[in-house]
Write a new protein. Structure first.
Length: 440
């Protein structure tokens, strides 16, 4: 199974290509890193690996995560708490990590745990928001000790977080001094690619966003920004008042720049770039959805379903967005607000919360739409010949239904194996891929 030129046909009860209807008793044929065919009849020269009662899917795409929280056993704060109160919890937690002499090491451990957890859940591409410097070889840090490069078993787009709540030129210049080297490191890295994330409209001044737009004009990169996440954000943008204003006072930050603003302006400012992810979008207005729909080929809203539920937000306007033509992808967000990093669990949550959305569409949101959002659709997101063999294998339940989508999204079965570039990066002991995974 190790020769790169060897054809391997993975046979399963179902193959779910996403870009085409599910195939019963079919194979994904791989040669080296690539998918060569999706077929009911494997070629005669292929080695056949029979996986039994599983479905083979394209690797899941988690378009929004904060891996720094991955070592948390419990979410921060309490269910239903307002976002500004949760941000206070994050700031306190970060302060504790910063004061810990082993803080840098524990951050690296958290990232490593998060990456391992992601592949255990069938994820093969991540959109990570980073608050630490990533080097080209996957090494983390810049200030403290490091344990060497992270093992990056999957495709990671690292969005360096930028925070400058005011127009103070020095603060914006500082941010951009972080941004430039990050993009340069990502450019030459063989293991991850770089993007930038002005944090949110209340923490990234429009002039910081403008600096990002100018940098993008020189050489494009993906951008992610949290947007329309809470009612408090809308109040602060419109009037400069409310719990976010109180938080700024408490942090002794200069007076807010907000006045009569809306998420629409952020969409107009950043929505014309090559790839922009607007994260959450819990409270987008109809005209904002229309503006996103006009820019659907270069933008995506990233819905983080269980994080949305944790904060007890108003019902998510998923159907409205899809009907308006907005591109929607899915994310877990970090373990600071989510119980785990399972994108499969997010899709199942969406299936329960939005029964009017077809299951096939939900599966697309967690695969192909995510790949598009991260600019990876030419190589990932569907089981299409010529794409990279990034695969998730999910156990199927025995029971009355034989509908592949029902079995995947209305059950609680587990991911049994994950392949990245044709190699198993995770496999349970029960699958025939386990020995192969261990031999690497
Ligand atoms: Zn986030």
């Amino acid at each position: 199974m190790n020769a790169a030129s060897q054809k391997v046909a993975l046979r399963a009860r179902y193959v779910v290509p996403v870009a085409a209807p599910p195939l019963h008793n079919a194979c994904v044929v791989m040669r080296g890193e690539q998918i060569e065919a999706v077929t009911a009849t494997p070629p005669a020269d292929a080695e056949i690996v029979d996986l039994g009662s599983v479905a083979i899917l394209p690797g899941l795409v988690n378009a929004h995560v904060h891996l720094e929280f991955s070592a948390l056993e419990e979410r921060l704060g309490e269910a239903g708490m307002p976002l500004p109160a949760w941000i206070r919890e994050v700031l306190t937690w970060r302060q504790r990590v910063a004061n810990d002499p082993d803080g840098a090491v524990s951050t690296q451990d958290a990232l490593a745990r998060g990456l391992a957890e992601a592949v255990r859940h069938g994820t093969t591409a991540l959109g990570e928001i980073a608050t630490v410097n990533w080097r080209r070889n996957g090494e983390i840090g810049g200030t403290g000790p490091s344990r060497g490069p992270l093992d990056l078993p999957l495709d990671v787009t690292v969005f360096r977080e930028l925070i400058a709540p005011t127009s103070e030129p020095l603060r914006i210049a500082e941010c951009m001094l972080t941004a430039g080297p990050h993009l340069a490191e990502g450019e030459v890295s063989k293991t991850w690619s770089a993007g930038l994330s002005p944090h949110a409209p209340y923490s990234a001044h429009p002039q910081l966003c403008e600096a990002v737009v100018r940098l993008h004009a020189r050489s494009p990169f993906p951008v992610a920004i949290h947007l329309a996440e809470s009612r408090e954000e809308l109040e602060w943008l419109a009037h400069g008042t409310g719990p976010l204003a109180d938080l700024f006072d408490e942090l002794e930050l200069p007076s807010p720049f907000a006045a009569s603003r809306r998420p629409l302006e952020v969409i107009e400012q950043l929505g014309g770039l090559s790839n922009t992810l607007f994260v959450h979008g819990n409270y987008l207005a109809p005209d904002e959805m229309a503006a996103l729909a006009e820019r659907a080929s270069t933008t995506a809203v990233v819905y983080c379903p269980r994080t949305h539920a944790y904060f007890g937000h108003e019902p998510y306007p998923l159907v409205e967005m899809l009907n308006a033509g907005v591109s929607v992808a899915l994310g877990t967000d970090g373990r600071g607000s989510n119980p785990d990093l399972s994108l499969l669990a997010e899709m199942r949550h969406v299936a329960r919360q939005h029964p009017e959305v077809p299951l096939a569409r939900i599966l697309e949101l967690g695969t192909l739409a995510g790949a598009r959002a991260l600019g990876r659709e030419a190589k990932a997101g569907s089981l299409t010949p010529g794409k990279v063999a990034n695969l998730a294998m999910i156990a199927l339940p025995e029971g009355a239904t034989d509908d592949a989508y029902d079995m995947l999204l209305r059950a609680d079965t587990e991911v049994v194996a994950t392949l990245v570039r044709g190699r198993p990066v995770f496999a349970t002991d029960e699958t025939p891929l386990a020995a192969w995974a261990k031999s690497d």
